[in-house]
Design a protein around this ligand. Structure first.
Ligand SMILES: Cc1ncc(COP(=O)(O)O)c(C=O)c1O
Length: 271
């Protein structure tokens, strides 16, 4: 079916992208996500992948996923809160929690929904979010959905974050400081130690998105919290299974109450 007049604005927007030179064609991977692989029939050295440890093609993971599929099927058949929580979800959550040295963990469909679902559910419109200007889109979307007031600090600039905290010091709302552990665009490391110290000083909630730090930083890839020795100082740790772990899915780690709350209130988990 061709585009009907009702969607003509989309065609116009695409024409504009073409005119600006920002329209792109998706590159198509012909084989496995490997250091040398084929896109659109051409052999390339792949420097763009997030499969940092090569686990996406690890024979042990492939075997385990086939075995789990045979045993449990290809889908959970329902959302987590109705009938779709399987024994292997709980095992995965326990293992991740142990790995991250926290009380509990909840697994989401993706890192995107983990961030967006968490930020939007733990804050409300009377609260404040202090967010690094290069934080991931899923944090930005979660912040917007929460309806909290968003204050953006300069990239990795803890002093600027403190200035913003001072401005709202006497406001009654809760404050949440968020940074990526490793930033997705440039691969630089967020000042988790400095921001966690600010969170302590100003009574703010501290949250780290470790999508790119997990499997990469810290002891055995435990992430930026471990890298900076900040165990117990970061209230919310988000991670993804789609990068260094080589599969798909996201998770949130923290206290038992945080996780129990997310089971009850995080919309991607509920619906
Ligand atoms: C910093 C960061 N957070 C979260 C995500 C979302 O993770 P997922 O791909 O599992 O949805 C990404 C993915 O690009 C990311 O780069």
């Amino acid at each position: 079916m061709s585009t009907r007049p009702q969607l003509a604005h989309l065609t116009a927007a695409l024409d504009e992208l073409r005119a600006n030179g920002t329209h792109f064609k998706l590159r198509i991977l012909d084989d496995q996500q490997a250091p040398v692989c084929h896109y659109d029939g051409r052999e390339v050295i792949n420097l763009a992948s997030n499969n940092y440890l090569g686990l996406a093609n690890d024979p042990r993971l492939i075997e385990a996923s086939i075995e789990a599929t045979r045993k449990f099927g290809v889908g959970s058949g329902a959302v987590r809160t109705i009938a779709g929580t399987m024994r292997i979800h709980m095992e995965l959550e326990e293992r991740i929690a142990r790995f991250k040295n926290v009380e509990a963990c909840v697994v989401f469909q993706s890192g995107f929904t983990a961030n967006a679902g968490t930020v939007s559910s733990i804050l409300g419109k009377e609260d404040f979010i202090l967010s690094d200007e290069l934080n991931h889109a899923s944090i930005i979307d979660g912040a917007r959905l929460s309806r909290a007031k968003i204050k953006v600090f300069l990239h990795k600039d803890a002093a600027h974050c403190e200035e913003l905290l001072k401005e709202i010091e006497n406001e009654p709302g809760k404050k949440l400081i968020i940074t990526d552990g490793v930033f997705s665009m440039d691969g630089d490391i967020g000042p988790v130690d400095k921001l966690a110290a600010l969170a302590e000083k100003y009574g703010a909630i501290m949250m780290v998105d470790d999508a790119h730090a997990s499997g990469v930083l810290g002891r055995n890839g435990r992430g930026s919290v471990d890298h900076f020795g900040m165990h117990g100082k970061v209230d919310v740790q988000v991670g993804t299974l789609s990068k260094a772990i080589g599969a798909l899915g996201g998770y949130v780690c923290g206290s038992r109450d945080l996780i129990d709350y997310l089971y009850h209130r995080a919309r991607p988990c509920l619906f």
